[in-house]
Design a protein around this ligand. Structure first.
Ligand code: ADP
Length: 321
């Protein structure tokens, strides 16, 4: 690593991996700064798990350079491993042990762990300390998983799908906990299928598509690079023929209209100007625009536009759950 890379927790350059002659990671490069929450996104099969397992030192790469906390994961030592926490999708724990017994057992694996009570408190499980793990709710179990990932006081935490299968309230609790964790300075590598989750938690994002980086940056940078658009929509009035209205509004506003059932919408890169023109057009003709709404593109819109068309994206929003 050169001097300029001292602040980086992870630097990946030209990473390649193939299985049985099929290239699944094809020259991936990105950098994760120390202390940031980095989101790795991509549809199923995009190469996320392969990349993460190489970073964790569990899988060999074919080519490229990788530095994780200043070391090459291919030469992983026990000391390096202790600086890294991993929260897998399903952590193996004994259902008959209590929360505090489980966290204490994991703490014993590290030379200098966090305090057991402090860690349980950090994930909000203090009231459930003496509950048996088998009796925890999905959200509580996920918080216990995170406690086990951070008990070794890692500098870097890999967080895999932290809210998959949780109800909306439990998801929000996990988000609040991850947000609090971010404040402690630990670098977090988050993989998730939930675009709302990535948008809320990740400081920076990489979207992998078929083994290559399709987008890399903050949410605002990604929107700027890939077309920062706002969707303006309204319900087509029954009194006005839809075709002629759509054509007239399209000409008046200078945009291409889309019609989805009773709703008409268009993408705008200058919503103030286009909304003004739309309202002016409607006002002149005495047309009431019902259900008028303005929505800035979300990470999900962006994800769908940069990921392979027609792929099984695996992307879901909170609203779809
Ligand atoms: P993601 O985590 O983004 O879903 P993966 O890294 O798991 O993607 O997989 C990338 C591609 O590599 C997929 O097409 C997958 O089928 C393939 N793959 C993953 N692991 C293996 C393996 N052990 N042997 C052969 N092919 C694999």
């Amino acid at each position: 690593m050169n001097v300029a890379d001292r602040s980086a927790a992870i630097v990946v350059d030209g990473l390649r991996k193939s299985y049985a002659g099929r290239d699944v990671v094809r020259g991936v490069s990105f950098r994760i700064e120390a202390g940031e929450c980095f989101g790795l996104l991509g549809h199923n099969g995009a190469g996320k798990t392969t990349t993460i397992e190489i970073l964790e030192g569990y899988l060999d790469r074919d080519a490229g350079t990788v530095s994780v906390l200043g070391c090459d994961p291919a030469d992983a030592t026990a000391e390096w491993r202790r600086r890294i926490g991993v929260v897998l999708q399903d952590m193996d724990v004994f259902p008959t042990l209590t929360v505090v017994e489980t966290v204490r057992m994991f703490a014993d694996l590290y030379p200098d762990p966090r305090g057991v009570a402090e860690t349980i408190d950090m994930v909000g499980l203090t009231p459930r300390s003496s509950a048996r793990v088998g009796g925890l709710s999905g959200g509580e179990k996920r918080r216990l998983d995170v406690a086990l990932g951070i008990i070794g006081d890692p500098e870097l935490l890999f967080l895999d799908e932290p809210t998959t299968g949780l109800d909306p309230a439990a998801r929000r609790e996990v988000w609040a906990m991850v947000d609090e964790l971010k404040g402690t300075g630990v670098t977090i590598v988050l993989t998730t299928h939930y675009m709302d989750e990535a948008q809320i938690l990740a400081d920076r994002l990489v979207i992998l598509d078929d083994g290559v980086v399709a987008a890399n940056g903050t949410f605002d940078e990604l929107l700027r690079d890939h077309g920062d658009a706002t969707t303006i929509s309204f319900r087509l009035p029954v009194a006005v023929p839809a075709d002629s209205m759509v054509a007239a509004v399209g000409v008046a506003v200078g945009v291409e209209m889309r019609v989805d059932g009773p709703q008409a919408e268009f993408a705008s890169i200058d919503p103030q100007r286009d909304l003004f023109r739309l309202l002016g057009w409607a006002d002149e003709r005495g047309v009431a625009l019902e259900n008028l709404a303005l929505r800035r593109n979300s990470l999900e819109d962006l994800f769908l536009s940069v990921s392979a068309e027609g792929a099984d994206t695996g992307a879901v929003t909170g609203a779809q759950r």
